[in-house]
Write a protein that binds this ligand. Structure first.
Ligand code: PNS
Length: 158
């Protein structure tokens, strides 16, 4: 049995995240997506409940995926849920440096390993911060996010 944790801030979840979750759901028995607080990203656009709901909607076609909200350390939720591995997506070298450091920090504390899943070229440019920015100024991001995310973004447009 392999149970993996996919942590992120998911503000909001986008098609690149869904692709990583889909890949993990093929490779592992159980995938738990943890919508976390990123201490470096204060004031998320969406509330905890909204972020969690949007991930659930976007992954409802995957039978072995569940979603939790967590406000503490990744290693603590990993221990609480008896996770075997952390998985993270890599879009490119820009992600790699920060992700490598987090993986090494997390391993140094509890020994938990992180497995990187490379994104496909089709999804590698998608980033939540640009989804928020484009949508804020009325741009169309419907091809980049699940339908429920697009709907909520449009509700917030001026
Ligand atoms: O989607 P993001 O914002 O790149 O995800 C970053 C996240 C939420 C995974 C990271 O900020 C995180 O792990 N936050 C929880 C706090 C924690 O465990 N910090 C120690 C990291 S070594």
């Amino acid at each position: 049995m392999s149970k993996v944790l996919y942590p992120g801030s998911f503000d909001p979840v986008h098609n690149g995240h869904i692709e990583i979750i889909s890949t993990a759901s093929r490779l592992f028995d159980d995938v738990i997506v943890a919508a976390m607080l990123n201490p470096g990203k204060a004031n998320p656009l969406f509330t905890d409940d909204e972020r969690s709901e949007m991930i659930k909607e976007g992954t409802s076609h995957l039978g072995n995926v569940s979603v939790v909200m967590f406000g503490g350390l990744v290693i603590d939720i990993a221990a609480e849920l008896e996770i075997d591995l952390i998985v993270k997506g890599l879009r490119g070298v820009a992600d790699f440096e920060a992700e490598l450091q987090m993986a090494q920090m997390n391993r140094s504390m509890t020994g938990i390993e992180t497995l990187f899943i490379p994104s496909t070229s089709e999804d590698s440019y998608i980033a939540s911060k640009y989804i928020r920015e484009i949508s804020k100024f009325g741009g169309n991001v419907s091809h980049l996010v699940p339908a429920g995310v697009d709907r909520r973004l449009q509700e917030r447009q001026p």
